[in-house]
Design a binder for this molecule. Structure first.
Ligand code: PMP
Length: 375
């Protein structure tokens, strides 16, 4: 006689039941304006130098890479100094990982975790709650104002109530494009020196993934680093540097904060190939960032055009524009897709987000949208 064996069941964490992997559809259409990539591929000369650097790294691939990637951290510090004009940054202030997503995961691994809480203010980047979930951190989401600006009084009240270990503030914010004024970040920092667990400070993360696209009047939170040892400013090479495929994100913070991240990273998390690619790209910063000015101009004229069509378009300091509102945004999204233009359904009900592409791609987007608005 055979006894019926129970069907094996994976011991999935209950909070993961029914969860789907994060990510926008990856579709093969002519105009990709859905994940805020830089539409300009690296020019041939830079590709050749990157390939050369990878070849050199390949000769040593039997060895583990430099675990502390000092050269890359120094290169990123020099870049930030140049880009922001903030003095005093060196390798000890820098950290990097496979995308700024992983950098922020490291932040929560080091400073949040079970029994602690992270907070942010929606609508904002939808990966933040996933970092919390994946690090067993409690998650509280406050709100932005209707115009997507940050209500600092509400932020301070939330912090006082929740006593979070980490506050995540995106500037420019995704999906709205809204940048924070330095004074707003300063007010948050002034309230967080002892607002965290057990009277420790709250770590304030300003996620500047799109910083290079900001308008001239918008300074970087890097300016506040020297006086705030619990501030972390994250950046990425995925957007302005046109290097999303390389997966390189980084942050600047006080050396003691960076040292805590060294404890939680996996050994050799940045491969020798990644380090070589990032260093080669940094040697060609001017070329790779060369299209940022064009993208900024295209963004501004897209906002003007959308408003001219009677639509709402949020002010943007990033390389995308949130616009709307539509009674049936899924239908608008599908019509654009049918015309070969992929954008993103994201943000509050009724809104859509379009990344800024090349002038030709933006023209294709405008033509396709016009068809929807005035068929
Ligand atoms: N922060 C924000 C606000 C983003 O929009 C993104 C990417 N969409 C990231 C961080 C992560 O980018 P990456 O991991 O490529 O650096």
């Amino acid at each position: 006689m055979t006894t019926a064996r129970p069907t094996p069941r994976l011991p999935l964490r209950p909070e993961l039941a029914g969860e789907t992997p994060y990510g926008a559809p990856q579709l093969d259409v002519p105009v990709l304006l859905n994940v805020n990539e830089n539409p300009y591929a690296p020019p041939a000369a830079v590709v050749a130098e990157i390939a050369d650097a990878v070849t050199r790294a390949a000769h040593g691939l039997n060895r583990y890479p430099d675990r502390d990637f000092r050269e890359l951290r120094g290169g990123l510090a020099a870049y930030l100094t140049r880009e922001s004009g903030v003095p005093g940054l060196d390798a000890d202030h820098l950290w990097a990982a496979n995308g700024s997503n992983e950098v922020m995961l490291h932040l929560l691994q080091a400073f949040a975790g079970p029994g602690r809480t992270a907070v942010s203010f929606a609508p904002t980047y939808s990966m933040y709650p996933e970092y919390a979930r994946d690090t067993f951190t409690g998650w509280i989401e406050g709100r932005r104002r209707d115009d997507f600006t940050l209500d600092v009084d509400h932020v301070l009240a939330t912090i006082a109530e929740v006593r979070p270990a980490v506050v995540l503030l995106a500037s420019p914010n995704n999906p709205t494009g809204t940048a924070l004024a330095l004074a707003e970040v300063e007010r948050v920092l002034a309230a967080t020196s002892a607002s965290g667990p057990d009277g420790a400070s709250t770590v304030v993360v300003v996620d500047e993934a799109y910083a290079e696209f900001r308008r001239p009047a918008t300074p970087s939170a890097l300016e506040l680093l020297a006086d705030h040892p619990y501030l972390a400013v994250t950046r990425t090479m995925s957007k302005a540097f046109a290097l999303a495929g390389a997966r390189v994100g980084y942050l600047a913070a006080a050396p003691a904060l960076v040292d805590a991240l060294r404890v939680v990273r996996l050994p050799y998390h940045l491969s020798a190939v990644t380090q070589a690619v990032a260093l080669a790209a940094l040697r060609h910063t001017d070329t790779l960032l060369g299209q940022v000015a064009v993208l900024r101009e295209e963004r501004d004229s897209l906002v003007t055009w959308l408003r001219g069509k009677g639509l709402d378009a949020a002010d943007s300091d990033a390389n995308f524009v949130l616009f709307g509102t539509f009674e049936d945004r899924e239908r608008v999204w599908q019509s654009l897709l049918d015309a070969g233009v992929l954008i993103r359904v994201v943000g509050p009900p009724g809104w859509l987000r379009v990344s800024v592409g090349t002038p030709q791609e933006n023209a294709a987007f405008r033509a396709a949208l016009e068809e929807v608005l005035e068929p």
